[in-house]
Design a protein around this ligand. Structure first.
Ligand code: ACO
Length: 319
C-alpha cells in the first residue's frame, strides 16, 4: 500500500502588502524585515476567509487530481485561524466541493498541521478506512496578529494550500517513514489564546512569541527530524531532491541547511512572497513546485514542519 499526492491547489488573497506598507504603521523597515526574515510581501485577506481560501484551493486540487468529489473519503483541514469554532472548516469544505461521501474534521497542530493532516490521512489509508483524502492547510493569520507589534506583524501572511492523496492498494511498497513530535512543556514560547487580546486584532486575541526561543527550537529539532527520516527510510541525503520545510523565515531554513551541510538550492522557499502562512506554507509551496514542473514521478521529498505546541515532524514522500 502506497500513498501518493495526486493533485495540488492553492489560493492566496488578492491584496498584497509589502514591507513598505507595514513600515508606515509600525517602526520598522524593508531592510530590517528582509534581512531578518526574508519576507518581502505577504497576501492579506480582504473579502477572503480561511474557509473561502480552503474551498478555492481544494477545488483546484480536485481538478488537478482528475477525480470526482464523490470519490473523496476524508477531508482534513489544518488551521489555527478559523473564523468560527463550529461547524469545523472541513465540513464547510466538504459541503462546498460536494465530497458527499467523506468524513470531515479539523486539526490544530499549528505550523506542523499540514504534516499532521497528511499523516492522519495515510494512517486511515493503511487501516483500510480511506482510499482518497483531501488535506488542506488554510490560514487567515492577519486576524490573529497584533498589527501594532512590530516583532510579530511583519512575519505572517494569509493563504491556503490543498492536496488530494490517493492510496495505491495494488502497490506492495510500504508507506514511507513519517514522524511527529511534541513538547507541551515549551508551549509558552508561541501562544494565541483568550486573555492575550488587547482589542487590536480582529478576534481580540493575538499571536505572542519568543522569537529567539523559536529560532533555537527550529534550528535544533528540524535537522534531527530530517536525520531521523533519512535513517528510517535508508535514503542518503543525496537521494532527496528537495527538502520542503515550513516557511517560518529564511534565516531558520538557511541555518538548517547549513547544519545538515546541504546546499540551500535544495530547500525551496516562498516566504519572500507569502510570509509565514503557518499550516498553509507547505501545501502552497508544494503546489507552486508542482505547477513549475519541479515534481515528477519519482521525485523524492522530505517535508518537515515545526511550530506552536511545540510540535514538529516530517515525512518522506515520493511524487
Ligand atoms: N523592525 C525593526 N526592529 C525590530 C523589529 C522590526 N520589525 N522587531 C524587533 N525589532 C528590534 C527589537 O525591538 C530589538 O531592539 P533593541 O535591541 O533595541 O531592544 C532588536 O530589533 C532585536 O530584537 P530581537 O527580537 O532580538 O530580534 P531578532 O534578531 O531575534 O529577530 C525575529 C526577531 C526575526 C522574530 C527572530 O527572532 C526570528 O527569526 N525568530 C524566529 C521566529 C519565527 O520565525 N516565528 C514565526 C512564527 S513561529 C513558526 O512559524 C514556527
Amino acid at each position: 500500500m502506497f500513498a501518493k499526492i495526486a493533485g495540488t491547489g492553492s489560493a492566496l488573497p488578492e491584496r498584497v502588502v509589502d514591507n513598505f506598507e507595514i513600515a508606515r504603521n509600525v517602526d520598522t523597515s524593508d531592510e530590517w524585515i528582509q534581512s531578518r526574515t526574508g519576507v518581502r510581501t505577504r497576501h492579506i485577506a480582504g473579502e477572503e476567509t480561511a474557509v473561502s481560501l480552503a474551498i478555492d484551493a481544494s477545488k483546484e486540487a480536485i481538478k488537478d487530481a482528475g477525480i470526482s468529489p464523490e470519490e473523496i473519503d476524508l477531508v482534513i483541514v489544518s488551521t489555527v485561524s478559523a473564523e468560527q469554532l463550529l461547524p469545523c472548516l472541513a465540513c464547510e469544505v466538504q459541503a462546498a466541493v460536494g465530497a458527499d461521501n467523506a468524513a470531515a474534521f479539523d486539526v490544530n497542530a499549528a505550523c506542523t498541521g499540514f504534516i499532521t493532516a497528511y499523516q492522519i490521512a495515510v494512517g486511515q489509508m493503511k487501516a483500510g478506512l480511506a482510499k482518497t483524502a483531501l488535506i488542506i492547510g488554510t490560514e487567515c493569520l492577519s486576524n490573529i496578529v497584533d498589527w501594532t507589534d512590530r516583532g510579530t506583524c511583519i512575519l505572517f501572511g494569509d493563504g491556503a494550500g490543498a492536496a488530494v492523496l490517493k492510496a495505491d492498494t495494488t502497490c506492495e511498497t510500504e508507506i514511507l517513514p513519517m514522524v511527529l513530535h511534541a513538547d507541551g512543556r515549551k508551549g509558552g514560547v508561541l501562544t494565541c489564546g483568550s486573555g492575550t487580546g488587547n482589542g487590536k486584532s480582529a478576534y481580540g486575541r493575538y499571536v505572542q512569541m519568543d522569537g529567539k526561543e523559536i529560532y533555537r527550537f527550529a534550528v535544533k529539532e528540524v535537522p534531527m527530524v530530517i536525520k531521523e527520516l533519512l535513517s528510517l527510510s535508508g535514503w542518503e541525503a543525496g537521494d532527496v531532491d528537495y527538502f520542503v520545510l515550513h516557511q517560518a523565515n529564511r534565516r531558520i531554513i538557511e541555518a538548517i541547511a547549513k547544519r545538515l551541510h546541504l546546499d540551500e538550492s535544495r530547500f525551496p522557499m516562498n516566504m519572500m512572497d507569502n510570509g509565514n502562512m503557518s499550516s498553509a506554507s507547505i501545501p502552497v509551496l508544494l503546489d507552486s513546485m508542482n505547477k513549475k514542473g519541479m515534481l515528477k514521478p519519482g521525485t523524492r521529498l522530505i517535508i518537515a514542519g515545526f511550530g506552536a505546541g511545540l510540535t514538529w515532524g516530517g515525512t518522506c514522500l515520493t511524487w
